[in-house]
Write a new protein. Structure first.
Length: 347
């Protein structure tokens, strides 16, 4: 008897042909039900052609490194943040995903290695901390994605409000910078020079990256293909949570920032990038957004940046900090992508 095919998602939607309630026996996603520490996984997923193309659709990012060949020995690699939502959603292997009405407030990933087409990746995570603030219950997840050969691909730390009424808390600034953090304003110096990874300097600006995430893209990103219903992929659930329409996941905005940084640092971003973002206000589906960034420091061969996502009304929906290696010679394989990107919607 052959082994069952390794599926590409946390759950295999084909179970629906033989099972009624796909979330039967899972815990209610309530703050009071948390166990700290609480471990999730291991779960092994296959990064197949469909998973890569699906992510390309949700992010509108069809770069040939993902669809044809990359600088990594010519092999196709997944987008840098492709596994991020799998890590965020690991808790739904224990908690009922379609009964989660929460908000992702912070995401942090260390990028250690690319993941290659066809690779089986093992995901594990732990709820390490829980606390209450301003009447909301927060939980901290730390998780990893490990390749077939045991190498680290991603290390993740995320913060989530486990259950809330999103319409009551979205946009009130609950994820603003702490006093010890540098405040991100989204301001770019007048006449700022474009970012040059070979000669980085404070004040250089990354090329902005504009996106409009549609309801179809948000729904696919937010696991509609696994029969999960949530405030990102279902109008009724969104409106029951006090929203007008579904909102774009913070993690999907994080993917936009990761794409912008991949453009800037090239292949080096996959092996030595770091990005931390806080989600400040919600973004409706079909609402235009624009990612940007500016260099704030260059020390010990690393470039430090403020990064952000801005809504069409001027408000920052996400703000964060990033760093990557300075490419101080021209022999690095990390050739920047910004001059070699297909036009929007092309493949």
């Amino acid at each position: 008897m052959t082994e069952p095919e390794l599926w590409r998602d946390l759950t295999d939607p084909r179970r629906a042909t033989t099972r009624g309630d796909l979330e039967l026996g899972l815990k209610e996603p309530e703050f009071e039900n948390l166990d700290i520490p609480e471990r999730f996984g291991p779960v092994t997923v296959r990064v197949d052609d469909h998973k890569i193309k699906r992510f390309a659709f949700t992010q509108d990012d069809f770069h040939p490194w993902h669809l044809e060949a990359s600088p990594f020995d010519g092999r196709r690699v997944a987008h840098a943040a492709l596994l991020g939502n799998d890590l965020v959603q690991l808790f739904t292997t224990v908690y009922a995903a379609s009964r989660v009405v929460g908000l992702h407030t912070e995401e942090q990933i260390w990028f250690d290695s690319p993941v290659f087409l066809g690779e089986a990746v093992t995901l594990t995570g732990t709820y390490t901390e829980a606390y209450e603030r301003r009447g909301q219950g927060y939980v901290v997840m730390e998780a990893t994605a490990v390749g077939e050969d045991g190498r680290s691909i991603l290390r993740h730390r995320g913060v989530e409000i486990l259950r809330t009424r999103p319409g009551d808390v979205a946009g009130r600034g609950s994820a603003a910078a702490a006093p010890a953090e540098r405040r991100v304003t989204g301001d770019v110096p007048a006449n700022a020079a474009p970012f040059d990874p070979s000669h980085p300097a404070i004040g250089q600006a990354l090329p902005t990256l504009a996106k409009t995430i549609t309801v179809e893209q948000a729904a696919v990103f937010s696991r509609v293909g696994e029969y999960v219903r949530n405030i990102h992929n279902d109008l009724d659930v969104a409106q029951a949570g006090g929203l007008t329409v579904p909102i774009v996941q913070g993690q999907q905005q994080y993917g936009v920032l990761a794409e912008m940084l991949t453009r800037a640092f090239g292949a080096d971003w996959f092996t030595d990038g770091w990005l931390r973002a806080k989600f400040l206000t919600t973004v409706d589906v079909h609402e235009p957004i624009e990612a940007g960034g500016v260099v704030t420091g260059v020390t010990d061969g690393r470039v430090e940046l403020d990064v952000w996502v801005r809504r069409a009304d001027g408000a920052l929906s996400a703000a964060g900090w990033a760093s990557g290696p300075a490419r101080l010679n021209h022999n690095s394989r990390g050739m920047a992508l910004q001059n070699n990107l297909p036009r929007k919607g092309s493949q």
